[in-house]
Design a protein around this ligand. Structure first.
Ligand code: ATP
Ligand code: MG
Length: 348
């Protein structure tokens, strides 16, 4: 067993601002980042998690594989956004073999799409002490969306072995990097470009999982509108590449306020559902944490204060991989990809 090498899994994160590929390897109980690659996409290529320009995305994936010299063809990937619904529900306790049909029926009440157009996955959760009730975690995704995602990956010559959900990939990497106290209610908030994944977790179980249509791109759009500037100018300001000749702070705070409200809402939902009292800890990740002023704003605005989580905290890597950049400049964007790369085939 000691010398058994685990076949490396490649994580492929098709984000709306960039595509990320992450390759890890476990050696002697340590996880090593072997390599990663990112490729920027045009803003129109993917909108709200939906792929608009398939050809461009396929070519971008193929170029990444080529430039990084990746030989592996099997990938683990994830979907996010409006097409994906995660919900914890309570239902009458029954034997697992009877549950499938009942859950299908139950799901109809919770999924806002025609149940026939939805691909449904579920997990019966331990922990409900009521002998008459059981908790079930439903994961529903529009079938059309899943099929399109898988087809695209195949079109790029790869095999989508695992199709996960962004929020769960984030949870996976956070659980590996942090000693999370089982009693603590943790909000994991991954601020991407167009989507922010919010996942409130206790004892490894998702209590509330929701994607909101907000992220780094929301700041860029707000700056564009407010100051009547081009997309490129707004982007350069957000990325700190150019010293802007306007005051960004007010605009950044307006968008960050929407993020704060979304996080608060998850806490309020759980309180009203009688699930939890308070959120104990907020861990934030994602490229959106790099937008100047966002972390500071959320820190002052949200109780408890937020922590920028390091997705590489327990992962070994050669700093050369990051060139002249500091790892923390890149790693927030790699969070989902890392979580996917660490999925084992027998994980689900
Ligand atoms: N150095 C930086 N400075 C400012 N903003 C940054 C920086 N790096 C990334 N961002 C912002 O982070 C966002 C990208 O984050 P991330 O890579 O997590 O998103 P994504 O996976 O492409 O998108 P999504 O998950 O929403 O589909 C962009 O909107 C970008 O503006
Ligand atoms: Mg993302």
């Amino acid at each position: 067993m000691f010398f058994k090498r685990q076949k490396p899994m490649v994580g492929l994160d098709i984000g709306s601002s960039s595509i990320k590929v992450v390759q890890c390897e476990s050696r002697a109980g340590e996880v090593h980042l072997q390599d990663y690659g990112t490729a920027e996409l045009l803003p129109e290529a993917i909108v709200d998690g939906e792929i608009m320009d398939r050809q461009l995305v396929v070519e971008t994936i193929q170029n990444l594989w080529e430039s990084k010299g990746i030989s592996a063809k099997s990938v683990s990937t994830a979907v996010s956004g409006r097409a994906v619904i995660v919900k914890k529900i309570q239902m009458e306790r029954m034997a697992p073999e009877d549950a499938r049909e009942a859950i299908q029926w139950e799901a109809e009440q919770h999924v806002p799409y025609d149940i026939n157009d939805v691909s449904l996955d579920f997990q019966i959760l331990e922990g409900n002490s009521d002998p008459k009730q059981m908790d079930v975690l439903l994961v529903a995704a529009k079938r059309e969306h899943l099929v399109a995602h898988a087809d695209l990956i195949r079109q790029a010559g790869l095999d989508p072995l695992i199709i996960d959900v962004d929020a769960f990939a984030v949870q996976n990497i956070m659980s590996m990097n942090y000693d999370l106290s089982p009693e603590d209610v943790l909000a994991m908030v991954n601020i991407g470009a167009e989507v922010t994944n919010i996942n409130v977790v206790q004892n490894g179980m998702p209590l509330y999982t929701q994607d909101v249509s907000l992220g780094g791109a929301s700041f860029v759009e707000a700056l564009q509108k407010t100051f009547n500037i081009s997309h490129a100018e707004a982007l350069a300001a957000v990325k700190g590449e150019e010293q802007p000749n306007f005051d960004m702070q007010q605009v950044v705070e307006t968008v960050a306020e929407d993020l704060a409200v979304a996080i608060e809402r998850s806490g309020l939902y759980l309180k009203s559902a009688g699930e939890t009292e308070e959120i104990d800890r907020v861990l934030i990740t994602g490229g959106g944490t790099r937008v100047p002023g966002v972390v500071e704003f959320l820190n002052n605005r949200i109780e408890p204060s937020v922590e920028v989580a390091d997705p590489l905290r327990r992962i070994h890597f050669d700093p050369v991989l990051f060139g002249d950049k500091r790892p923390e400049e890149i790693s927030p964007s790699l969070t989902v990809g890392l979580g996917l790369a660490l999925r084992k085939v027998d994980d689900r």
